[in-house]
Design a protein around this ligand. Structure first.
Ligand code: 5GP
Length: 204
């Protein structure tokens, strides 16, 4: 029951033209978190959308900062209550999802939410928000390079590395589904290119 293929079971969200969304999506290790961080530091009118997640917090992570950490049962209750605009089992039995209340909180502050989410989640948001959202796919220069980056993080076991690499190859095959693609060969250039796309989209 709690699995999401690419489908249309997320209901259309009631659209307000003033409510924009920016999605930064990519395979793990492509640099989307660094790019997202750069944007959020520079533009106070952008706000990180804090997802709900069932994985355990890593060292240094805090509830309500990186994620709203919750139990699997609490997460499933939220699915049943239709509290998510999208959710996925992204890795190893862990659920991640974008809460409607989180988007509404950010819009309520007069800001634009920036979502750092996986490829399937990004497609589901696009289906619901259409022109109100800008989706940017960050592509690693190659799967080989991605492998090197993930290895250098040192946080992966051989098994989790293989899972992430397989998933990455699959995700790269979806890149054409997004509004824009940025190839992250050089982080500084990729940040500047992403920034430019966002400024154009928001009319800044
Ligand atoms: P991590 O566990 O390393 O923080 O994140 C794993 C993956 O989950 C990342 O690719 C991240 O972008 C994705 N993710 C985080 N929040 C969400 C969410 O709300 N929905 C979806 N679909 N993916 C998410």
């Amino acid at each position: 029951m709690y699995r999401t293929p690419l489908n249309d079971h997320f209901k259309t969200y009631p659209l307000n033209p003033a409510h924009k969304i920016i999605i930064i999506t990519a395979p793990s290790g492509a640099g989307k978190t660094s790019i997202t961080r750069y944007l959020l530091n520079k533009y106070p009118l952008l706000s990180f959308s804090i997802s709900a997640a069932t994985r355990k917090p890593r060292a240094g992570e805090e509830d309500g900062v990186q994620y709203h950490f919750m139990s699997e049962q609490a997460f499933k209750n939220k699915i049943d209550a239709d509290a998510f605009v999208e959710w996925e089992m992204v890795y190893e039995g862990n659920y991640y999802g974008t809460l409607k209340t989180e988007l509404e909180r950010i819009w309520g502050l007069g800001k634009t939410p920036v979502l750092d989410i996986d490829v399937k989640g990004a497609i589901h948001i696009q289906q619901q928000f259409g022109k109100n959202c800008l989706s940017i796919f960050i592509e690693p220069p190659s799967v080989e390079e991605l492998k090197k980056r993930l290895e250098s993080r040192g946080s992966e076991t051989a098994e989790s590395l293989a899972t992430r690499i397989n998933k990455a190859s699959y995700e790269i095959s979806f890149s054409h589904q997004f509004n824009k693609t940025i190839i992250n060969k050089d982080l500084e250039i990729a940040c500047a290119e992403t920034e430019q796309l966002i400024k154009e989209f928001l009319g800044w």
